[in-house]
Design a protein around this ligand. Sequence first.
Ligand SMILES: O=C1O[C@H](COP(=O)(O)O)[C@@H](O)[C@H](O)[C@H]1O
Length: 243
Amino acid sequence: MTEPLIEVHDDATALATAVAGALVARLADAQERGEEPQVALTGGSIADQLHHQLTRLGNDHGTDWARVVFWWGDERFVARGSDERNAGAARAAFLDPVGADPGKVHEVPAADEVDDVAAAAAAYATTLREHGSGEFEVVLLGVGPDGHVASLFPGHPALDDEGIAVAVTDSPKPPPQRVSLTFNALNRARTVWFIVSGEAKAEAVAKALAEHPPADPHEVPAAGVTGSVETVWFLDRESASKL
Ligand SMILES: O=C1O[C@H](COP(=O)(O)O)[C@@H](O)[C@H](O)[C@H]1O
């Protein structure tokens, strides 16, 4: 468990630009050490801006995108062609333009590819186990106004799942069926970067970072994730306004 660092940027654009710059530098460093870094991407409102900035940077920092292994912290269980799919948006705006290797982009199976959401979670967990069960260089996490991360929602039984990936069948945020990495998997990451923008998230950020008393991850799931080497909360002024 690492002490969280906090970095506040002016607005969502500055925030996404900073995280994109930090990510390409971190991945290039890992590749220079001869590693093939694994990254878990996030969905949600900040993801589009982040993808845009990552594509703008492209190979500028020497990152070889074809030698990065991609995962998602969570996925909505919808058809592959659905606009709601986190992976679809990332592929179109970022992974395809920068030349990610399709064989190293590991999506959660879609609703039109497997029987049910439990089968999707089981298949994702199997693929993760084949790649080290979540030895992530970086996990990127958005945070919902209720403090959820990935698809781990306050008070939900998925918070206590001890596997790697869990099926969520009654998400309070639509769509109701999702697959999420568990706390167990997320907490194996070397680096966890929260990316949080907007006034609506300010309360959740303040609760997650409270020290006395610290937040209960069952009430504020974001408080239950830390990197083994580094945890950074990348915020904009609005999301940091209640700290
Ligand atoms: O549904 C989701 O929500 C969270 C937070 O999204 P936001 O739109 O409130 O920023 C996101 O991190 C997650 O990946 C996504 O599936």
